[in-house]
Design a protein around this ligand. Structure first.
Ligand SMILES: N[C@@H](CCC(=O)N[C@@H](CS)C(=O)NCC(=O)O)C(=O)O
Length: 207
């Protein structure tokens, strides 16, 4: 069975848990003692991912790191309806753009959370400002989508772009970044929670 190297408080691991739940795919978790154990930096774990990061997925002979890469693989391999990662090049390009945003700019919200929850030594003002700038970009995009009658980041149905962006936007309160100024984001979060298979994690409630 597929195995996910996982930490329950990790929003990046949650991206994978969420998607597997939404596509109804069974998996095993291999808990990684991220905090306080720092297991992701041990020589044993660095053999699995030399970057010393979670999540990592194992599926048969395949080992994949990076939540966004894992979502692309899972959607391509297991979403028989091809709605989560449609096959046309234009849609795939748009999804890749937002996957990169999820693994890049939005991760400033993760940094703020690591600072506030796990005492990481980040410049909190800087990472919060960068997260807010990213949220403004997403909120403006979602507002434009709503004006066009669309509910999701790309296309007419939820895609892996929504999955990848959701966790660290929805968890932003943990890093001291309220979402009051982002009306379209708050509406998108509410819609996201209605997707069949939606699961929670600490800090993210069902409604
Ligand atoms: N690019 C990776 C980054 C994942 C990531 O930052 N994971 C955190 C836990 S949520 C981690 O392992 N951090 C340890 C480190 O970066 O040294 C992804 O998007 O999956």
């Amino acid at each position: 069975m597929m195995q996910l190297y996982d930490y329950v408080l990790s929003g990046s691991c949650y991206k994978v848990r969420l998607f597997l739940s939404m596509i109804g795919k069974d998996f095993e978790t291999i808990p990684v003692d991220y905090y306080p154990g720092g297991e992701h930096k041990t020589p044993e774990f660095l053999e699995i991912n030399p970057l010393g990061q979670i999540p990592v997925l194992r599926d048969g002979d395949l080992t994949l790191r990076d939540a966004q890469a894992i979502l692309v693989y899972l959607a391509g391999r297991y979403d028989t309806g091809r709605t989560w990662y449609p096959e046309d090049a234009e849609t795939q390009g748009q999804i890749a753009m937002w996957l990169s945003f999820a693994g890049g700019e939005i991760m400033n919200s993760s940094a703020a959370r690591l600072h506030d929850m796990l005492f990481y030594d980040f410049d909190i003002d800087k990472v919060r400002a960068a997260a807010r700038a990213a949220f403004r970009v997403l909120d403006d995009h979602l507002t434009e989508r709503e004006i066009d009658g669309a509910d999701w980041i790309v296309g007419d149905a939820p895609t892996i772009a929504d999955i990848a962006c959701f966790p660290y936007v929805a968890l932003s309160g943990d890093g001291g970044i309220p979402l009051d100024d982002y009306n379209a984001i708050r509406r998108w979060i509410a819609r996201f929670k209605t997707i069949p298979g939606f699961t929670i994690m600490p800090g993210i409630h069902a409604n």
